[in-house]
Design a protein around this ligand. Structure first.
Ligand code: PGA
Length: 251
């Protein structure tokens, strides 16, 4: 089965509601008529409803930047999958390195979030990736395998192809340093191999693996040309409509 590429913008903690609506409209215009690729944007929680309204009628999918696992309850500061469904979000980013490294989310918590997303029909985008120190110690594959296998723990063969994986080397996020295309491809192929071992090759071949970390108009084409890179998770360059438009229209 051919994997449909996904170009995703992670807006992080940027933009007011009015700014987010404006950018959402621009992304919707950029995505008009696209048949061979999907586009996702992840505004802050406060802008979700307005952005969803702004892109209505376009193929753009709107994601949350995190999600809790329970329908409701005493979880101050969290947003439930049902609340996301309620505003019309269809996807959720999980385990982003900023959640892991600034807010201390561990693999077990990321796994709970992922299971919560699947339970309530949100498409999870599970981020994995090593720090510079881990790469220098030769621990890249070990870290990525742990984050991946623990993140998808409990997901059966019937649901695994709904999961999107994003490989984001921490040292490349927001630093302007992109993994080289071969360097990224090597880890993407490894992720697919791990998935094939946990499930079966046919299913592993259906799972989209995005690359994230300083994706820009200048490097998107060569990254997207790699056989196991099925999309991009873009931070900084997703905040300007011109650069994100170029990334959406990678060659
Ligand atoms: P960046 O962020 O493109 O600014 O490096 C990517 C991400 O954090 O998802």
């Amino acid at each position: 089965m051919a994997r449909i590429p996904l170009i995703a913008g992670n807006w992080k903690m940027y933009l007011t509601v009015a700014e987010a609506v404006e950018l959402g409209r621009a992304v919707a215009a950029s995505s008009k008529g696209l048949k061979d690729r999907e586009v996702m944007i992840a505004p802050s929680f406060t802008a979700l409803a307005a952005v969803i309204e702004a892109v209505a009628g376009s193929p753009v999918k709107v994601a949350a930047q995190n999600v809790a696992w329970e329908k409701e309850g005493a979880y101050t500061g969290e947003i439930s999958p049902v609340m996301l469904q309620d505003v019309g979000a269809s996807m959720a980013i999980l385990g982003h390195s900023e959640r892991r490294h600034i807010f201390g989310e561990d693999n077990a918590m990321v796994n709970q979030r992922l299971l919560g997303a699947l339970k309530f029909d949100l498409t999870p985008v599970l981020c994995v990736g090593e720090t510079l120190e881990e790469r220098e110690q030769g621990a890249t594959f070990k870290v990525v395998e742990e984050q991946l296998s623990q993140g998808i723990k409990g997901v059966g063969s019937d649901r695994i192809s709904r999961v999107v994986v994003a490989y984001e080397p921490v040292w490349a996020i927001g630093t302007g340093k992109t993994a080289g295309k071969e360097q990224a491809q090597e880890v993407h192929a490894f992720i697919r191999k791990v998935l094939a071992g946990l499930y079966e090759k046919k299913l592993a071949d259906e799972i989209r693996i995005l690359y994230g970390g300083s994706v820009k108009p200048e490097n998107v084409d060569s990254l997207m040309a790699q056989p196991d890179i099925d999309g991009a998770l873009v931070g900084g360059a997703a905040l300007q409509s011109e650069s994100f438009d170029r990334i959406i229209h990678y060659l």
